[in-house]
Design a binder for this molecule. Structure first.
Ligand code: 1HN
Length: 329
């Protein structure tokens, strides 16, 4: 297809473009990024080592309170491809949260859904709709949309955990509500399983390499916007995920190894992995995970949204990023 681009020399056309702009209109034929050949929203494959994040969390623990105004002591993973937004991918917020002994993070609720994946430590509990939910290493704790929640650390050590939310997605749909809580009142929603204890996940991983966390009906994703899975790679093995539509954030729970991500719009990533490391995997890249020790990886993704909208597509062959690589739903 050929298009006639802006012809500055033609005074009639020049006037036309001026009038179009003055009417707050834009021609389709001058747009370049509207429909890329394949997903390329700007998020890059990225790795945040826990050795960088943990000392900064500890400093935040000394410098910043959790009282009203601060609310949550959280450092968000900011994907360098997303123009300074505090988002790990175009749809997912990923962060670490830090709570000192004796501290609490005050009650509130919001329409974005949240999950916590506990890396280490003990003594923190989250109150969801007034119900106390324990947080132990390896546990997945859910705070679905509009549930009241607050966190308390009744132990003697500070605690750090991973927070995942669908904030960028909810914001792009202009569907964000937030309400500070004067007290912990039930949200009026039916009770649901808020804690997926590590013992159950570990047990499931004895007979499978990928465990998908499911809702109380036994088959749906734990939350409508986010899929949660735990992957286990045996020591000395490697696995490659073909490029697919949708983004994920991985958190290393136990073990070590490495990750290699190729096909990213602005370069590839290769990084060693240690417990607490966070990896952003944008849409349409190929990922190879390698386990030196047995590697347990927590994953959250926007897959339920991609599937509900029938936008799911997986690359048929590798390598991706070449002109021959075509999707196949
Ligand atoms: C939130 O409520 C929590 O409750 C964590 O722990 C991170 C980021 C943005 C907005 C609300 C929490 C958050 C958040």
């Amino acid at each position: 297809m050929t298009t006639t681009r802006f012809e500055d020399a033609d005074p009639e056309l020049h006037a036309f473009y001026g009038d179009v702009a003055a009417a707050d209109l834009q021609p389709l034929w001058t747009q370049h990024e509207l429909m890329p050949r394949q997903p390329s929203l700007g998020a890059v494959p990225y790795h945040w080592p826990f050795t960088d994040v943990e000392p900064l969390m500890a400093r935040a623990g000394q410098l910043v309170g959790t009282d009203r105004g601060g609310d949550r002591r959280v450092l968000a993973m900011s994907n360098p491809g997303l123009g300074g937004e505090p988002y790990a991918t175009p749809t997912l917020w990923a962060a670490m949260q830090y709570l000192n002994p004796g501290e609490s993070a005050p009650p509130h609720r919001h329409s974005p859904a949240a999950l916590r994946f506990v890396l280490a430590g003990e003594g923190v509990s989250t109150l969801v709709d007034g119900e106390e939910v324990a947080m132990c290493p390896g546990d997945l704790v859910l705070t679905p949309s509009m549930r009241w929640h607050e966190h308390r650390n009744d132990a003697v050590e500070p605690m750090v955990w991973f927070d995942g939310l669908d904030i960028p997605l909810a914001r792009s749909l202009d569907a964000v509500f937030f309400e500070p809580g004067p007290m912990l009142a039930p949200s009026g929603r039916p009770p649901a399983t808020m804690r997926h204890p590590w013992a159950e996940t570990d047990e499931a991983l004895r007979s499978t390499t990928v465990h998908r966390f499911v809702a109380d009906d036994g088959r749906s994703d734990v939350m409508p916007t986010m899929r949660c899975q735990m992957h286990r790679l045996a020591a000395g093995t490697s696995t490659t995920d073909r490029a697919h539509v949708g983004s994920s954030v991985f958190v290393v729970f136990r073990g070590d190894g490495s990750v290699a991500i190729t096909g990213g719009r602005r370069g590839d990533v290769e990084a060693p992995l240690r417990p607490g490391d966070v990896v952003a995997v944008p849409s349409w890249v190929e990922v190879t995970w390698t386990a030196d020790d047995q590697l347990d990886l927590f994953e959250m993704s926007d897959a339920p949204v991609i599937e509900a909208l029938q936008l799911d597509r997986t690359a048929v062959e590798t390598p991706v990023g070449t002109t021959g690589s075509r999707g196949d739903a």
